[in-house]
Write a protein that binds this ligand. Sequence first.
Ligand code: CP
Length: 303
Amino acid sequence: MNFPHHLTGLRNLEIENFKEIFKLAEVYKKKILNKTPFERKLKDKSVINLFFEDSTRTRTSFELAEKKLGMDVVNFSSSGSSLSKGESFLDTLKNIGSMKFDYIVIRSQESGTPAVCIKHTASKVINAGDGINEHPTQGLLDLFTLIEEFGSLKNLKVCIVGNISHSRVALSDIFALRKFNANVSVCGPLSFIPACIEGLGVDVYINIDEAVKNNDVLIVLRVQTERDAVSLLPSLNEYSKHYGINSDRLNLNPGIKIMHPGPVNINVEIDHKAAVSENSLIFDQVTNGLAVKCALFELMNEL
Ligand code: CP
């Protein structure tokens, strides 16, 4: 099966492509855990990590994957660039494109920027999160983590909790989980739930305790204060009281697993004890993010 030239989202990724990524990510996960040296399979390739929005996990795991595969890596962030002197996003992109990188990894606050990147450069483009649209590598690492934990996604009951309306992770996870016939729901105050969400084949919970009792996994999302999510709530304290994940709530379903894409607002959407509990897969997600990115680059290179 042909692998796509770019990865802009999971909505249109073929199920066979997911499976190829997960199979190879398993190989890379073993190498990472055993500290086995990597073959530098992409040593003649170059990549720029084009970050117009802050990041810890995505940026560092991309950079590490790229270096482990032997690529020439350049990191760009908007702060310190000529954007501050008035250069436009498009001119920035065209100048980057002129340097003929093999890959562009792009994160932006604006939805749709990976498509603009594809139009104005000849590089293979990977979306590292665009606005409130998609975050495909997060979706891939989330599914890989769930398969590792549960073996299969079929009929797995997964509830995505919190600030759905501002979340690119929610959309990528929903598109991907539905392809694998998982039973997907969302939970949060109505102000956080897009009106059209049921059209994506997901159920809606308003009551978090019901969601905890009825699901195998909660994917807890951050309240995106930088996108003015707080204006949709009476207060963060109220949100935490009604939707925050803590030990008392976990006791309603002691076997439930908890995930979170990060960064976490501790004591808002989840408390520290729950985040580091036996129920938590949060740090497995981060390790898996590295494995999945290595697999993705290798498969995109084989085109
Ligand atoms: N999950 C995620 O995208 O985290 P960062 O914003 O730190 O990259």
